[in-house]
Design a protein around this ligand. Structure first.
Ligand SMILES: [Mg+2]
Length: 169
């Protein structure tokens, strides 16, 4: 893997506190016509099996405006909770950033030409976005609790994004 495939233009990353802070106007202004959304710490806290009300409400509004698919490394039962509670296609164990789920993505977002990935991790969601030619919208993790293997990448993210101001501020 060459160094270029790991390079991400940080200026290109939109940053919001929470998914529910992403304004629909922002998506329209950016010409975004499809969304891929992460689960763990993006729309569900890592240690809670439910979508917070504000984020559920945002997803219910957004799914009427543009197609959404949930592509996540989460456990399958958590993806199922989202499918059943929000009626949005949701897949777990997708092994992001490896683009195994590209077929699923293209199948659900057939007509979308300008897709954005919404997620909380640069080294899974951000790289997945880059390798699949998607925009990346970064959000703050919902919970300080996270998978043990993310300790190092979280530390790197803190350095990389120090001083970043969210667009909803
Ligand atoms: Mg996540």
């Amino acid at each position: 893997m060459g160094a270029k495939t790991l390079q991400i233009d940080l200026k290109e990353i939109a940053y919001f506190h929470r998914v529910s802070d992403i304004s629909i106007d922002f998506l329209k202004e950016e010409g975004i016509d499809g969304l891929v959304v992460d689960v763990d710490n993006t729309i569900m806290p890592y240690d809670v099996d439910a979508v917070p009300d504000d984020i559920a409400s945002w997803l219910n509004t957004a799914k009427c405006i543009l197609p959404i698919v949930i592509i996540s490394n989460t456990k399958p039962y958590r993806a199922k909770i989202i499918r059943e509670s929000l009626g949005i296609p949701a897949y777990g164990m997708c092994l992001k950033p490896v683009p195994f789920s590209l077929y699923v993505l293209r199948n659900h977002l057939k007509n979308a030409k300008n897709v954005a990935m919404v997620g909380d991790q640069l080294f899974t969601d951000g790289l997945y976005a880059k390798w699949n030619h998607l925009k990346f919208i970064r959000v703050e993790p919902l919970s300080p609790k996270d998978a043990p293997h993310t300790k190092f990448t979280r530390w790197l993210e803190k350095i990389i994004f120090s001083g970043a101001e969210p667009l909803d501020k």
